[in-house]
Write a protein that binds this ligand. Structure first.
Ligand SMILES: Nc1ncnc2c1ncn2[C@@H]1O[C@H](COP(=O)(O)OP(=O)(O)OP(=O)(O)O)[C@@H](O)[C@H]1O
Ligand SMILES: [Mg+2]
Length: 243
């Protein structure tokens, strides 16, 4: 087998938000890549650009400059239809804003991405149940979101995110609303996805538990990525005076 393949790659990626006279340079030339089987945490203080970066990799927004490559394909200049297809086939997303649909039970929610991928109904149902089994939700397949705990919702979101067998899983604050024990269970799902299933997993987080579980921690600071995590952790407040 060849050495681990690069699943997502950022080359000199810039992102600037412009709103009238206001210009916010959030990302200022990021270079990094994540390979199959790797679990990477992106950390940084609030407003450092974690969500911005995750959105770029999720193809939900485009960089101001630079290049993003997903599974060997440069996404620069791709039209919306091609981007949506690439997102559907290659990328799983666990975001707080990507809610479950209230009118569907767990199984039906997990089926949604497979509907878009034209997977036949029978196969879809079986696969949804298998995925719910993986995340420990098999017994709750008929449960509706209103009847789920936060942890059960996040497990279902996770199952839905991997429904189309993505090469890349992206998550933004996946443990944000969970208690520590439930958070640890969710982290285990991410770990397993990377290590057992050889997916590339990138998680933006404030949670030191998530970060310390990752194979690699990247720190966003002043628009750049750093591998030195010494300024991250218990005493983030001292960051400003040190840089
Ligand atoms: N759509 C937008 N338009 C203008 N500015 C934006 C937009 N989205 C984000 N920003 C700005 O970009 C910066 C980075 O925001 P981002 O949400 O990526 O940070 P973050 O690291 O995810 O923060 P948090 O930890 O609070 O979630 C902030 O200064 C924010 O105000
Ligand atoms: Mg954020």
């Amino acid at each position: 087998m060849p050495s681990k393949s690069i699943v997502v790659k950022c080359d000199n990626v810039f992102k600037t938000y412009e709103d009238g006279d206001l210009r916010v340079e959030v990302l200022k030339g990021l270079d990094f890549s994540v390979t199959a089987g790797e679990f990477v945490a992106i950390v940084g203080t609030s407003g450092s650009g974690k969500t911005t970066l995750i959105n770029l990799m999720a193809l939900l927004d485009s960089p101001t400059d630079g290049e993003i490559t997903i599974d060997g394909q440069s996404v620069n200049g791709m039209d919306d239809k091609t981007l949506s297809r690439l997102r559907r086939d290659k990328i799983g997303i666990v975001f707080q804003a990507f809610y479950l649909l209230d009118i569907m039970n767990a199984r039906e929610n997990v089926e949604v991405p497979m509907v878009f991928a034209d997977i036949p109904k029978k196969e879809r149902i079986q696969r949804a149940l298998d995925l719910l089994d993986i995340v420990g939700m098999r017994d709750f397949a008929e449960q509706y979101p209103a009847e789920m705990s936060g942890g059960q919702m996040q497990r279902t979101v996770f199952a839905r995110a991997i429904a189309n067998d993505p090469v890349l899983l992206l998550a933004d604050e996946p443990t944000g609303n969970l208690d520590t024990a439930t958070g640890l269970e969710i982290i285990q799902l991410f770990k397993d996805l990377a290590h057992k299933y050889q997916k590339a997993v990138v998680v933006a987080t404030h949670d030191p538990e998530v970060a310390s579980s990752a194979d690699r921690i990247l720190v966003l600071r002043h628009g750049r990525l750093h591998t030195d995590t010494s300024m991250y952790g218990r005493d983030v407040s001292s960051e400003e005076e040190q840089s």
